[in-house]
Write a protein that binds this ligand. Structure first.
Ligand code: NAD
Length: 246
């Protein structure tokens, strides 16, 4: 088990799904967890179940003022921020680009890409002041390959990959690592937003022939968040079961 004793980990979207699995795993290693999620009730429940001083902040990552307030509250409560995992995200609906609602494209971009920018922007100054930090942004294999009927989602996740590579290079002279992971489909509540034929398409593209399990995602992310990851930064780690090998 990777040791996160005396560290504070912010997990956006940590109320459920991949974020919750990561929060559980980091907490088992001794980290104090700050769940940043727009679902207040689920965030509070998650914090209570995780224990170890975990707490929840209600935040909309697409809103800069909300993110700034969550960072202030986190530093007031925990005094530091060693780890950041950006899992907050939405899939949006599936449909051809030419018919895709402009407002929905904007909303997906604002949560998945602008939200990732907001959270990194808010948290990095504390890590810089501490001289230590580990950041993992959750992108998607869709951001590498593109998924048909999901142009907004794929574009937003491609943006997260670019943001991660850029920020990682900016911070490379410090002990702050910034990486991202590109999962294939994992069975979470995000599936509720998708058409069944899209879920079938994603599964058909995974050479392993099955969905990604949440504990498998959490294991890779936890290592990227650890002190053991002292060299690699600005990189993309594949979690796609063989779909994308680059
Ligand atoms: P999920 O729906 O189970 O959890 C997402 C969490 O993000 C929820 O708790 C939700 O309340 C929160 N959230 C959404 N919008 C928010 C906002 N504006 N501000 C704050 N919190 C917000 O989804 P998941 O499957 O766990 O996905 C987690 C991340 O992994 C997402 O970024 C997703 O795009 C990515 N991903 C998921 C899959 C998959 O198949 N599950 C595959 C590749 C990438």
């Amino acid at each position: 088990m990777t040791d996160f004793t005396n560290q504070t980990a912010i997990v956006t979207g940590g109320a459920q799904g991949i974020g919750r699995a990561v929060a559980d795993r980091l907490a088992k290693g001794g980290a104090r967890i700050a769940i940043w999620d727009r679902d207040k009730a689920l965030g509070d429940t998650a914090a209570e179940e995780i224990g170890g001083g975990a707490f929840a902040c209600e935040v909309d990552v697409s809103d800069w003022a909300s993110v700034e307030a969550a960072m202030t509250a986190t530093l007031d409560t925990a005094g530091r921020a060693d780890i950041l995992v950006n899992s907050a995200g939405i899939a949006g609906s599936n449909g051809p680009l030419v018919d895709y609602p402009v407002e929905e494209f904007r909303q997906i971009t604002e949560i998945n890409l602008l939200g990732t920018f907001h959270v990194n922007r808010a948290v990095v100054p504390a890590m810089t002041a501490q001289g230590y930090g580990r950041i993992v942004n959750i992108a998607s294999v869709a951001g590498k390959e593109g998924n048909p009927m999901a142009s907004a989602y794929s574009a937003s996740k491609a943006g997260v990959i670019g943001l991660t590579k850029s920020l990682g290079k900016e911070l490379a002279d410090k002990d702050i690592a910034v990486n991202c992971v590109t999962p294939a489909a994992a069975r979470t509540r995000i599936f509720d937003q998708m058409k069944q034929e899209h879920i079938d398409y994603m599964l058909s593209k995974i050479p392993r022939g099955r969905f990604l399990e949440l504990h498998e995602a959490a294991a890779m992310i936890a290592w990227l968040c650890s002190r053991e990851n002292s060299f690699t930064t600005a990189s993309v780690f594949d979690l796609s079961g063989g779909r994308a090998t680059y």
